[in-house]
Write a protein that binds this ligand. Structure first.
Ligand code: BES
Ligand code: MN
Ligand code: ZN
Length: 465
């Protein structure tokens, strides 16, 4: 989709002109003011469409309710613009102009809303989805439009990779994509080197698959970085559960178990274009969790990079094993902050559904700060506790810990497990995106499937430093 900035969108020959309507106020459009029915009050999400009968350059005018002007925020604009776009698609529109009159800085959430709603994963369908081809804007800050477009592109890459079948998004494919980013230095470690680096918990997970593991380390290094951050994405290109195999219904969407990795790839691709003064390391321990004669087994005892030993209680708790080694690796880089993002537990999905991601960490201010950035960016995070009780359940008779606890409190248990591999001198946050990364039905701006969870929050966090 192309974005064109013009002097006056009212004069553009296009399929639909979208105008905003605040409750209790007239719109900027005389036709809407004249013809809209009385019950079109401008409540947020209300839509009134009229054909202009050639009384106006656009074919249709769509008036979009945004509620009370004093309550305006990014979320209201993004979500309702997305709604308007879906209506434009119903009208089979190709070109849409926006005539928004509001003091609120609307262009970033507007562009995000358009791009998120205009996304469909139809690569493998012969009949393609209808998409908006061009949007026209005026009275906007070009730089803000540019930033929103870059963030939207990052989300699109992330959503595409997670929507792709596991046969496409293999560890090797992720490595190849990472190596193609302009302005990013990428190193990919193969099995031998991974073993040499001591990341044998990760290798144990990978050993049941014919797909070779790829440890991907991407670097964005600006001239005078204010801060150094590592972001780690869980990169299970397929999670069958391993020998503790998942039932069919639970395995169905497990191509999405690399959504954390997809998020990191989207972010790394965007960074050189956003050029923040922050050094960012993107890290992915990519592999598949498969059952086979060479699989790791329940009862195996693994040694992570920091020397801690883990008794495998359940081969389906594999993400934390790969992340354990990746966290050790990241902490050795002496960065200031580490964030890991992972489709880690069904328990987090049970607790929060698809409305919010779980967040935990070793520094409350850091976690709170990310929650705030997320709220602004349009992603909800809910902090889950890190209590010793969860850790106690993972005590093992034969190793330093087991990889699972009891049936209950699984998201916090996973968080406590990961904490064992983080050094105290770095601020660390863990995102559990099991419920938010992949939707089984449309939600707000999003269609079914991958959402690009984490991309907006982490990019906003990085560029705000
Ligand atoms: N990838 C799954 C978690 C998951 C579940 C992601 C549903 C998205 C949707 C993870 O590897 C897993 O299997 N976790 C187990 C852990 C258990 C064995 C302790 C789970 O949550 O059941
Ligand atoms: Mn699993
Ligand atoms: Zn998994």
């Amino acid at each position: 989709m192309e974005i064109k900035i013009v002097e006056n969108t009212k004069e553009v020959l296009c399929d639909v002109l979208v105008v905003n309507k605040f409750e209790g106020k007239e719109t900027s459009n005389s036709l809407v003011n004249k013809y809209a029915p009385e019950d079109f009050t401008g409540k947020a999400g209300q839509i009134f469409v009229m054909h202009t009968q050639k009384e106006f350059p656009s074919t249709y005018i769509l008036a979009l309710g945004l509620g009370d002007e004093s309550c305006m925020d990014n979320n209201i604009i993004r979500e309702n613009v997305a709604k308007a776009i879906k209506k434009c698609v119903e009208l089979k529109a190709k070109t849409v102009a926006f005539d928004f009159s509001t003091d609120y800085g609307f262009c970033m959430p507007l562009v995000m809303g358009v791009n998120i709603a205009n996304y469909h994963f139809d690569k493998y369908k012969n009949k393609k989805a209808h998409r908006i081809a061009e949007i026209y804007l005026s009275n906007v800050v070009p730089e803000a439009v540019n930033v929103a477009s870059i963030i939207s592109d990052a989300m699109k890459l992330s959503r595409n990779l997670a929507n792709e079948p596991a046969a496409f998004s293999t560890p090797s494919k992720l490595a190849e994509i990472a190596q193609g980013f302009e302005g990013i230095e990428t190193i990919v470690y193969e099995e031998d080197k991974i073993r040499e680096l001591g990341m044998t918990a990760y290798l144990a997970v990978a050993q049941g698959s014919v797909q070779p593991p790829k440890f991907i380390h991407m670097k964005y290094v600006p001239e005078n970085p204010k801060k150094r951050i590592a972001i780690i994405g869980k990169g299970l290109c397929f999670d069958s559960g391993g020998l503790d195999i998942k039932p069919a219904a639970s395995m169905l969407n497990m191509k999405d178990d690399m959504s954390g990795a997809a998020c990191v790839l989207g972010i790394m691709k965007a960074l050189p274009k956003l050029h923040p003064d922050v050094e960012v390391h993107g890290i992915i321990a990519a592999c598949e969790n498969m059952p086979s004669g060479s699989s790791y087994k329940p009862g195996d005892i693994l040694t992570a990079k920091n020397g801690k030993t883990i008794e495998v209680d359940n081969t389906d708790a594999e993400g934390r094993l790969t992340l354990a080694d990746a966290l050790c690796y990241a902490c050795e880089l002496q960065v200031d902050e580490v964030v890991d993002i992972a489709t880690l537990t069904g328990a987090c999905m049970v607790a929060l559904g698809s409305a919010a991601s779980g967040i935990m960490g070793n520094n409350d201010d850091f976690v709170k700060n990310i929650i705030e950035v997320g709220a602004y960016a349009g992603e909800k995070f809910w902090q889950l506790p890190m209590w010793q009780e969860y850790r106690d359940n993972m005590n093992s008779d034969v190793a330093d810990m087991k990889n699972t606890g009891t049936r209950y409190g699984g998201a916090s248990a996973a968080g406590m497990f990961l904490k064992e591999f983080v050094t105290d001198n770095v601020k660390w946050a863990h995102f559990d995106i099991a419920g938010t990364a992949f939707l089984d039905k449309p939600q707000k701006e999003f269609c079914k499937g991958a959402t690009g969870a984490g991309v907006r929050t982490l990019l906003d966090y990085i560029i705000c430093q």
